[in-house]
Write a protein that binds this ligand. Structure first.
Ligand SMILES: NC(=O)C1=CN([C@@H]2O[C@H](COP(=O)(O)OP(=O)(O)OC[C@H]3O[C@@H](n4cnc5c(N)ncnc54)[C@H](O)[C@@H]3O)[C@@H](O)[C@H]2O)C=CC1
Ligand SMILES: O=C(O)CCC(=O)C(=O)O
Length: 445
């Protein structure tokens, strides 16, 4: 058995039932095999064994009282995965599906993503099985306050800096920050990112993940003689990443014909009217099916998988993990898809990715393509440290440069290891090498 295979077996044995974590580790270690072979010194110091084991995992009770006076108990998590190149950094996910395996997969991916940004941030992730859907603002506030009452002792601007993810947006970050400030009795702006603009947030953070995705895909298409003009695009999700990916890709002249939420999807062959989606999702917090009330020519379908049967040139999965399985990948290839841009984390199964690559479909992998969000969070931290704010244009320009650099380093690493055009492997390798160098320098810790 190879060294990589041995580590993988150990991960499965030591983390039973954590299937998303197994999947993420398998995908990464598979790409890293040639790198690990080239560096026998890694095996000597157990570098890969340490790389797949979180530095620290915190799990805690989150009790809160709902509007009817009933006590509710949720579970909170923070996985501080790797701090070799900087303080732990990564979002918080509030969704009923959250358990340790999901937070560990996300934290593991975050290590490589954050490394790719070129900025000094380590990898972490957290969240809770709390479901904000259908809760009143007061319930969300009470939950966030209880969550932070435990989390505050584990985070800090030089230790661990959480942000948003699924179910955690500006509202939740505001409540979390308010409680942290109250408990600590100090104004530590850099302890959370994705903050509101009146209390230390960065312009363009809200747009950054979606815009960054499109900048990365733009570079990838250009490297293969293509662009977005007049392309047909399908986007899954209708949240933060999906909305701003849609905005930027429309600016570049593409036509977005479908979007979805966890209930179903809408198809508008004339092109999605993004203002309506923003109104439904950002203001009213309602289901996407409301769209057809405003635009009767559009259609609504229950369930989400059908979205991948639509004919498109570019597919942008921006909802959640394992959204595109092998079956959906086959449908997309059959209808002539040219490129996949992963806005969500791990939205394609490993089998789907393999199928796309075999069929010459370009894949912009999540770790690289959605790194614009966390990169801009790091820019928010810089502005907080300097106690100043950059303009939208300045932040957006820095974001664009970062995404171009991520594309170039993924491209170069793939080429160096004989896998030209395979940006999935390229991103894993480029992200890993920096972390591995730092871990080697730090000794066995
Ligand atoms: N917000 C950020 O800055 C970043 C987010 N991501 C990833 O992007 C993805 C989306 O996150 P956000 O847009 O921030 O979250 P969000 O909470 O704003 O939106 C999530 C969207 O996905 C949809 N969704 C969730 N589960 C679904 C399911 N099972 N089937 C279909 N649709 C489903 C929801 O209805 C919603 O429209 C996640 O994978 C997240 O980890 C990655 C990098 C940064
Ligand atoms: O901005 C951040 O720190 C979090 C972003 C995030 O959670 C992600 O990249 O998946």
């Amino acid at each position: 058995m190879s060294y990589v295979q041995e580590v993988l077996e150990q991960v499965k044995k030591r983390n039973p039932g954590e299937v998303e974590f197994h999947q993420a580790v398998e995908e990464v270690l598979h790409s890293l095999e040639p790198v690990i072979e080239k560096h026998p010194e890694y095996a000597k110091v157990g570098l890969i064994e340490r790389f797949v084991e979180p530095e620290r995992v915190v799990m805690f009770r989150v009790p809160w009282v709902d509007d009817s006076g009933k006590v509710q108990v949720n579970r909170g998590f923070r996985v501080q995965f790797n701090s070799a190149i900087g303080p732990y950094k990564g979002g918080l996910r509030f969704h009923p599906s959250v358990y340790l395996g999901i937070i560990k997969f996300l934290g593991f991916e975050q290590i490589l993503k954050n490394s790719l940004t070129g900025l000094p941030i380590g990898g972490g992730k957290g969240g809770s099985d709390f479901d904000p859907k259908g809760k009143s603002d007061e319930e969300v506030m009470r939950f966030c306050q209880s969550f932070m009452t435990e989390l505050y002792r584990h985070i800090g601007q030089d230790l661990d800096v959480p942000a948003g993810d699924i179910g955690v947006g500006a509202r939740e970050i505001g409540y979390l920050f308010g409680q942290y400030k109250r408990i600590k009795n100090q104004y530590e702006a850099g302890v959370l990112t994705g903050k509101g603009l009146t209390y230390g947030g960065s312009l363009a953070r809200k747009e950054a993940t979606g815009f960054g995705l499109i900048y990365f895909v733009r570079e990838m298409l250009a490297a293969h003689g293509m662009d977005f003009k007049d392309k047909t695009v399908v986007i899954s999700g209708a949240g933060n990443v999906a909305i701003y990916a849609c905005q930027k890709v429309q600016e570049y002249g593409a036509k977005v014909i479908a979007m979805c939420d966890s209930s179903g999807y809408i198809v508008d062959e004339e092109g999605i009217k993004l203002d309506t989606i923003k109104q439904i999702k950002e203001v009213e917090r309602k289901r996407i099916k409301e769209y057809v009330k405003y635009h009767p020519n559009a259609q609504y379908f229950e369930g989400q998988q059908g979205i991948w049967s639509l004919k498109c040139d570019i597919a942008l999965p921006c909802a959640t993990q394992n959204d595109i399985n092998l079956e959906s990948a086959k449908k997309l290839v059959e209808t002539g898809v040219k490129a996949i841009g992963e806005g969500a984390n791990m939205p394609c199964t490993n089998e789907a990715i393999e199928y796309f690559l075999k069929n010459n479909v370009l894949v912009a992998p999540a770790k690289a393509a959605n790194a614009g969000g966390v990169a801009t969070s790091a820019l928010e931290m810089s502005q907080n440290s300097m106690r100043l704010s950059w303009t939208f244009e300045e932040v957006n320009q820095k974001l664009d440069e970062i995404m171009v650099n991520i594309f170039k380093s993924s491209q170069a690493a793939a080429k160096e290891y004989g896998m030209e055009g395979n940006y999935v492997a390229g991103a894993n390798i480029a992200g890993f090498l920096k972390v591995a160098d730092a871990m080697m320098a730090h000794g066995i810790v």
